[in-house]
Ligand binder design. Structure first.
Ligand code: FAD
Ligand code: NAP
Ligand code: SF4
Length: 678
């Protein structure tokens, strides 16, 4: 067979002896929330089948606990549960018989949200709701037997294999390190004894499923916390589970309680694959790598460096189910790229068990509910505003067969994404604009930039319907001195249209206030684009790989020579409402740069001396050269009101519809739903 001309390594099959994977891309495990939802397995089946049709070689499901104490939600231990899982495996194999689907067995151990949770020792995790019960010898035997029984049930349910997660602070990994395994029996003490549980689980699972069944072990390849595993221990464990019968080893980075970001957009692409590469050199079985591999070119480069045999892309499969097919056909510029924002996926998973979706693709996990079917009544539509909501609406509507003209007053598409992409650490937002630029061209949407639209223009063009996506206007608080020359709007600050002084007060600490603080306090290369800077800023030692992978030295964040104050009126902690899985990293970065965050501020006036306030009742002057206003936004609805006054049919979406608590997730979701229905 000829190699794929675009990505020859990515599309080389992988022989496993009794079976083969058709390419080197797998969809990594993600809990979606559908596992516990009504009709959840029917929806899961549609979700996975769409990814199978999209060309991925292997799918790993979200984690399924092997028993009640190991987690929550959908289990697999009865025949009724087997029948549910069968819907998923049948759907995937019907979509493409060459695609393999493996079920992840996830025993959450000490971090299970379950008062009956168990662990090698009764050590409570910083992030867990309950203190675990220490397992006795019989309890350990029961856990191992439950792993084996669950794997056997997975085989009955039609899966091609299982992945056992041995990392991240879940049960198996807590046996591996002394900080959570304080036992003195045959399951604790020396590393040989601490790894015995992992090896025994693998051995017993292999015995339960027979030889012709894929068995993957997810190994903690770098724990990212002090007291984690040492490098030689990781190699020893990998070789031991290899000998115990795994077919593939998958490398995982970081315990959930670690304070090193490993998947956020501020993490460089493929930052961790070198760690996999080192481990691979010590093994015979194929190895999977992961984390921030979001485009086929990145994946191909990882394989070319010899870092791995297989590349796991999880969130990128939410963003674009056809990613692999597009890569295979050399259409990578059509990929809707995962921007690693976590806003609709991990923030939902860790924010109270909400269902997962994707900011750039609201169809993700809604495949049976939100469909873009060809229209039977093509209309001539005008879309005013080419920000995220206008772009999403225009492209979905055009895909359905409507004739769309997209207007924007600016000279480029993107709306506020053109500001977001300029923030260090948010470079991935460029990909969304590239995706829309290409999609607009492919769908033949008429794009009219540099065109400020009014009702008269629209009337003259005789559209059937108009969609107003004109976005927002920044709020300008009514404070004495707000017109002082030292006051700058966030748009001017980000675009560099107004000089920012050495002493800066940022008024408003929402998402934009934090981004502006990042911009003005930053110095040197963006850590998201430079692995060495990233490692330094987060205290990681990729090269020497000390125990846990972290240096233990206080991380160093390069910073500008500005004094920066980030202020809010509310008395709650600054940054409390940022993303669940990313907010802590933003807060930590700014704190390390010396940005001073102040809650409970009452703004009194701005003058030559600076910003006069009362802080918790006490007068305080912030002696600053610049005050950057990031005080929220107001909807821009003038055009919509004009259209309605003239009797035209007009819809409102995005920030123009509602500016309060607006983000791109809500803007794009609303736009896609309207476009599916119009
Ligand atoms: P906008 O993006 O505001 O687009 C409106 C468009 O309409 C503009 O291009 C404007 O030129 C055009 N327009 C207005 N009036 C007219 C007219 N009369 N004629 C023609 N064109 C007109 N959100 C997130 O979810 N995650 C983030 O990480 C994130 N980061 C951000 C960082 C920054 C620095 C900023 C500023 C915003 C960020 N946001 C983020 C918010 C997100 O960008 C907005 O929620 C989103 O852009 C709103 O989309 P929209 O289409 O409603 O409006
Ligand atoms: P925001 O999150 O609503 O924050 C606005 C800030 O302004 C708040 O700190 C608010 O807090 C303050 N404020 C409100 N009214 C004020 C007034 N009259 N005077 C002074 N201060 C006032 O809005 P945003 O920062 O403009 O962001 C817009 C949207 O973009 C947000 O919904 C956000 O989700 C999204 N975004 C997201 C990210 C991300 O990383 N996920 C990044 C950027 C933007 P106080 O009232 O307490 O002062
Ligand atoms: Fe990626 Fe953001 Fe979508 Fe999650 S929500 S899959 S991080 S683009």
């Amino acid at each position: 067979m000829n190699p794929n001309p675009h990505y020859p390594l990515l599309f080389t099959p992988l022989e496993l002896g009794f079976t083969r994977l058709k390419n080197r891309v797998l969809m990594g495990s993600m809990h979606t929330g559908l596992e516990e939802a009504e009709n959840g397995f029917e929806r899961l089946a549609a979700y996975f089948a769409e990814r199978a049709r999209g060309g991925v070689g292997m799918i790993i499901t979200g984690g399924i606990p092997p028993n009640a104490e190991g987690g929550y939600g959908a289990k697999l231990s009865t025949s009724a549960e087997t029948a549910q899982h069968r819907r998923v495996t049948d759907a995937v194999h019907a979509a493409d018989p060459d695609v393999k689907i493996c079920m992840q067995i996830l025993h959450m151990g000490a971090i299970a949200p379950n008062p009956d949770c168990v662990a090698p020792s009764a050590v409570k995790s910083r992030i867990a709701p309950f203190k675990p019960r220490e397992l006795d010898a019989a309890g350990i035997e029961k856990q191992i037997a439950d792993f084996a029984a669950c794997a056997a049930m997975a085989k009955l349910a039609g899966y091609d294999g299982v992945e056992i997660i041995g990392s991240a602070g879940y049960l198996i990994s807590t046996f591996l390190v002394e900080r959570t395994n304080q036992r003195t029996d045959e399951w604790g003490g020396s590393f040989d004894k601490r790894m015995r549980f992992a090896v025994e689980v693998v051995r017993r699972v292999r015995a339960a499923v027979g030889a012709d069944f894929i068995l993957i072990f997810r190994i903690p390849a770098m724990d990212m916390l002090e007291g984690g595993m040492a490098r030689d221990e990781i190699v020893q464990l990998a070789q031991a589970v290899e000998a115990a019968g795994v077919n593939i080893i998958s490398t995982h980075f970081c315990w959930h309680e670690a304070t090193v970001p490993t998947v956020a957009t501020l993490v460089p692409r493929a930052a961790f694959t070198g760690v996999t590469g080192r481990l691979r050199a010590a093994l015979h079985v194929p190895v999977i790598t992961s984390n921030r591999i979001n485009m086929p070119s990145v994946a191909e480069a990882v394989l070319a460096r010899g870092d791995a045999d297989l590349v796991s892309m999880a969130r990128p499969m939410l963003a674009d189910p056809e990613l692999v097919r597009k890569a295979e056909q050399g259409r990578e510029d059509e990929i809707n790229t995962c921007i690693a924002c976590n806003q609709a996926c991990l923030d939902h998973t860790f924010g109270g068990n909400k269902q997962v979706s994707c900011l750039v693709n609201p169809r993700a996990c809604n495949e049976t509910l939100l469909n873009y079917l060809p229209t039977t009544q093509p209309k001539k539509l005008a879309v005013i505003g080419a920000g995220p909501s206008g772009l999403a609406f225009a492209t979905v509507a055009a895909k359905r067969g409507h004739r769309v003209t997209l207007f924007d007053a600016a000279d480029a598409i993107g709306g506020q994404f053109n500001l977001a992409r300029r923030i260090p650490g948010k470079e991935e937002f460029n990909e969304t604009l590239r995706y829309y630029t290409r999609t607009i061209a492919l769908l033949g949407i008429e794009l009219r930039l540099n065109t400020r639209v009014d009702a008269a223009l629209l009337k003259s063009m005789a559209f059937d319907e108009v969609v107003v996506a004109t976005g927002i206007a920044p709020r300008r608080p009514d404070i004495e001195g707000i017109d002082h020359p030292k006051v700058i709007g966030y748009i001017d600050a980000i675009l560099g249209r107004a000089p920012v002084g050495k002493r800066v007060a940022i008024m408003g600490a929402g998402g934009i206030g934090f981004d502006v603080a990042e911009l003005v306090s930053h110095a040197g290369p963006s850590a998201a684009l430079d692995r060495a800077t990233f490692a330094r800023e987060w205290g990681i030692d990729f090269e020497n790989h000390p125990r846990g992978g972290v240096t233990g030295v206080q991380p160093q964040a390069a910073k500008s020579d500005r004094t920066v104050y980030l202020l809010q009126r509310k008395s709650e902690a600054v940054g409390r409402n940022l993303g669940r899985t990313t907010g802590w990293a933003h807060r930590m970065t700014l704190a390390r740069r010396g940005v001073q965050m102040q809650a409970g501020v009452e703004y009194l006036r701005i003058d030559d001396a600076g910003l006069h306030t009362r802080v918790n009742g006490e007068p305080r002057l912030f002696e600053v050269d610049s005050v950057i206003v990031c005080a929220g936004q107001l909807p821009l609805r003038v055009l919509h009101e004009e259209l309605l006054a003239q009797g035209m049919q007009a819809h409102l979406i995005g920030g123009a519809f509602e500016a309060a608590e607006l983000d791109a997730k809500r803007a794009i979701d609303q736009a896609c739903r309207l476009a599916a229905a119009i």
